[in-house]
Design a protein around this ligand. Sequence first.
Ligand SMILES: O=C[C@H](O)[C@H](O)[C@H](O)COP(=O)(O)O
Length: 223
Amino acid sequence: MASQQENDKQLAAQAAVALLADGMTVGLGTGSTATAALHAIAARKLSITGVPTSRQTAELAMALGIPLADINEVPHIDITLDGADEFTVSLDLIKGGGGALLHEKIVAVRSRQLVIMTDASKLVERLGKFRVPVEVIPFAVRYVQEQIAGMGAACTVRPDVVTDEGNLIVDADFGLVESPSALGARLKSITGVVEHGIFAGIATLVFMGDNGTVRRFPQVSGS
Ligand SMILES: O=C[C@H](O)[C@H](O)[C@H](O)COP(=O)(O)O
């Protein structure tokens, strides 16, 4: 039997998939909630073109019969549906718990809308309980760790993870984050950092499954 959390992820995924229409080009996120969305897309027999954010998602989409296109072959992406590890009511996110943050962010910034699907455990007042994943070129990993330590954060290289681009993930604990965009900019300026999992000002909508109902952020007045 599915847990309440899995059920809530599915409800959020169904709410997001309800925004799709035939003919759309859709960014396909990575992770368990994005997987629920893929199944919901297949169940609706929608005629969309998917742009996957990971090998794992591409494989599942192909198995479900969802046609795919290379991101560089599509003129635009109408909407992307993805999960998150944390989000705030201002729609700032931490992503990358599954190691797919780089392709996820590239697909997200090319999309007209980024719709996030989560369960209620992902809503936080301030980002930072979840360690910030940072994608790093292997040659630079020691230097990047030293720089992050110099910023006052403990960090570790995620064991046994190599990203789709052949990079490593460093998980960094900055504590609660005052300014997600400022932290993101600082991380991005470190030589050898390819990308980080702070998505500030990119998401347009969040559907959060909450004990059998779906809440949306930003909240519509009266909800
Ligand atoms: O790299 C992975 C992604 O950012 C996921 O979207 C994120 O970790 C959330 O995953 P899940 O839906 O499994 O909680």
